[in-house]
Every structure is written in structure tokens, then in C-alpha cells.
Design a protein around this ligand. Structure first.
Ligand code: AMP
Ligand code: MG
Length: 353
């Protein structure tokens, strides 16, 4: 798509919101336009979810495959009842516990949401975000905002307004800068259209938290397997998302051995004239002797690791490195979502040492 639109950049302070600016942004969406805005997970690219033409514009601006459905954002539970059939009681339990917040739930849709928004599916994914700017904007736009991550399809999701601008400036009507996001990874997705609810994408709300709230919850086998024949049920998960431009490999093993292996490979590639990036932790960053080393945070601070991952992948893109080596992280709790995104970014290339 050509870059032809004049993109307006505005800053809104979530602590003292400029309501006139929110109204302007809402009016743009009501008229079928596109506005990027912060949420607590990542920046979203918003359009009126009830307007088929507006949803089509999202796909065009992102270069998103047309079978990859959008998440509809709402600001209150009554809005959910307006667009879906059969809400099981477990869904109300999760809404009570985790909404507003980083959880997306999938239900059968009704006619209010067009197929252009759901990538042709009879189901619709719905989330109620907690970010105050996002919530005010949803109300200003009429109550239903379709919003995938505000990145070019295939690039790491944006966690700052500058990331959005890098990808979408000239393609959308407005970008609202509300500062860096809190979480940094996309929402957890749970599908309520099956007999037993299924997690289609891990996120900040973990499998354990969901099970504790509602009992039995399955996890989509396509998520855990690196085997490409196991198709994940969330269409977006089958694409090589979150990908940096460089070849990314995750190195797994005992810490000392991981450092040695990364140092050895970095030296080898550097000698061959390649530029190498290393994703290290606070504890290990001094131990790397070559390459461009970026610390993702302290090893036991999963929230920091989640928050920094995409920005680091983008930074290595901008530095035009040829190869990236990353340490591996525990895959419990939020670590499950971190490793899901990291391994997808790496195309599941793992070096065991
Ligand atoms: P994004 O907002 O860019 O993180 O993308 C939304 C994600 O939600 C994609 O991975 C979609 O595949 C998934 N999704 C949205 N709606 C549905 C649905 N009706 N059924 C299954 N997955 C969905
Ligand atoms: Mg996305």
C-alpha cells in the first residue's frame, strides 16, 4: 500500500485526559478512519468494528492476511451482550475477575459484527482493555473498536508510539502517544465456542490463573508444538509473527555453556564480517565479549522481560544485525507467553548446549 495519508500525531496524558482530543479521535473512527492508540498490552490500530469498510482498511494498512481476524474492544459488559450469542457462566466469571485487562474471549458472533472484522469467521474475539485512553476512545468511537496490534504484519508488535509511527505513518489517520505500554505482550486468548474452553494464545493471564478461576481449560496443541502440521486454531498464530529481520536463534542450557556457545558463534560470525546481536540478562550481560549486547532485564523479573522483548527485536532491526542470539527463559507463568513469542520470532530455531 502506498503511503498517502497525512498521519496526525497527538500526545495524551492518561492521568489528565484531553477529552476534546479523545472526541476528535472517536469521530475519526465513527467516520470510518483508523486511529492507533495505547492499550496495556501493546499499541492497537483501531477502527469501528461494526463498519465493514473500516475493518478492511485495517487489513490494508497493516498488510494483514484477510483470514486473520481482529479483536473487538469494548468498555463494558453490556456491550459484549450486544454482539455475541450464548455467553457461558464461566465467561462471566473470567470477565468479573480479569476485565478490564489483558484477556480476550471468543464467542459466536451475531449480525452486528461483519465478516470483514472476523476474517470470515462466525466467531468473534472480544476484549475489554484497562488502559484509560483505550477505554475513553472506545466510548468515543461508538462502543466497538476492532484493533489488532498497530504494526506492519510480520513485524514485532509496537510497545511505543514511535514503533507505530515507524510502521504505519502515512497509512493511518492518527497516532495517539500515551507513553510506553505496561505489559508488552498481546492478550491471552481463550475460546468459549468449544465444549471445554481452550487457550489459543498464552499471555499475561496464565493458564494457571484461568484454571483456578473456572476449572478445566485446555491449551491448543498447535501452540505447544513446533511441528508446522499442527495448525493452531487462532489464525494469526500460524503466521511467522513477531519476526525480526535477522536470523534469530534461542540458545538453551546451563548458563555458563550458553554464554560460551554464544561467544563462540558471535566470534565466528564477526570474523566472517557479520553483525551480531545478543539478548542477554542483567546477570550475564558482562560475560559476552563480542556483538551488540542488550539486556532484557533481570532473569527473575518476567514482567520486565515481557515489556522489553519487542522493543529489543525492533532495535536490532534498526541496527541491521545479521544474526541474533538470545538466552532462553523459564516457560512458567508469563514465561509461557514470553517463550511462545520468542520461539515464534526465532522460527523455532533452538540450539541446545
Ligand atoms: P492481534 O490483535 O494482532 O494480536 O491479532 C489478533 C489475534 O486474535 C490473531 O492471532 C487472531 O488469529 C486471533 N483471533 C481473533 N479472532 C479470532 C477468532 N474468532 N477465532 C480465533 N482466533 C481469533
Ligand atoms: Mg498482531
Amino acid at each position: 500500500m502506498e503511503k498517502t495519508i497525512q498521519t496526525k500525531m497527538i500526545t495524551i496524558d492518561p492521568q489528565s485526559m484531553d477529552l476534546a482530543a479523545i472526541k476528535t479521535a472517536g469521530d475519526i473512527m465513527k467516520a470510518g478512519g483508523l486511529v492507533a492508540f495505547p492499550t496495556e498490552t501493546v499499541y492497537g490500530l483501531g477502527a469501528d468494528a461494526t463498519n465493514a469498510k473500516a475493518s478492511e482498511k485495517i487489513y490494508a494498512a497493516k498488510g494483514r492476511p484477510s483470514d486473520n481476524p481482529l479483536i473487538v474492544h469494548i468498555s463494558n459488559i453490556e456491550a459484549l451482550e450486544g454482539i455475541v450469542e450464548d455467553i457461558p457462566k464461566e465467561a462471566y466469571v473470567l470477565a468479573e475477575k480479569f476485565w478490564p485487562g489483558p484477556l480476550t474471549m471468543i464467542f459466536q458472533k451475531n449480525d452486528k459484527i461483519p465478516y470483514e472484522t472476523t476474517g470470515g469467521m462466525d466467531t468473534v474475539a472480544v476484549r475489554m482493555p484497562s488502559d484509560p485512553i483505550a477505554r475513553a476512545l472506545i466510548d468515543a468511537a461508538g462502543g466497538y473498536v476492532a484493533a489488532p496490534s498497530a504494526n506492519t504484519s510480520g513485524r514485532p508488535s509496537p510497545t511505543t508510539a514511535a514503533h507505530v509511527s515507524e510502521d504505519l505513518s502515512g497509512r493511518i489517520d492518527m497516532i495517539i502517544d500515551g507513553g510506553a505500554v505496561m505489559i508488552g505482550l498481546e492478550s491471552t486468548i481463550i475460546d468459549f465456542t468449544e465444549e471445554i474452553p481452550v487457550v489459543l494464545r498464552p499471555g499475561y493471564i496464565t493458564l494457571e490463573m484461568l484454571r483456578e478461576a473456572i476449572g478445566e481449560v485446555r491449551i491448543d496443541p498447535g501452540l505447544i508444538s513446533a511441528d508446522s502440521k499442527q495448525k493452531p486454531k487462532a489464525p494469526g498464530m500460524k503466521y511467522r509473527h513477531y519476526a525480526p529481520k535477522a536470523d534469530l536463534k534461542v540458545v538453551e542450557g546451563e548458563t555458563g555453556a550458553v554464554i560460551d556457545e554464544i561467544n563462540r558463534r558471535t566470534a565466528e560470525l564477526t570474523a566472517a564480517g557479520k553483525k551480531v546481536g545478543v539478548i542477554a540478562t542483567e546477570e550475564t550481560k558482562q560475560a559476552y565479549i563480542g556483538g551488540i549486547v542488550i539486556s532484557i532485564g533481570a532473569r527473575d523479573d518476567e514482567e520486565a522481560i515481557a515489556r522489553h522483548l519487542y522493543a529489543i527485536l525492533r532495535e536490532f532491526d534498526n541496527l541491521e544485525v545479521d544474526a541474533i542470539f538470545s538466552e532462553s527463559f523459564v516457560s512458567e507463568k508469563i514465561g509461557q507467553a514470553i517463550m511462545n513469542r520468542l520461539l515464534k520470532a526465532a522460527g523455532h530455531q533452538i540450539l541446545e548446549v
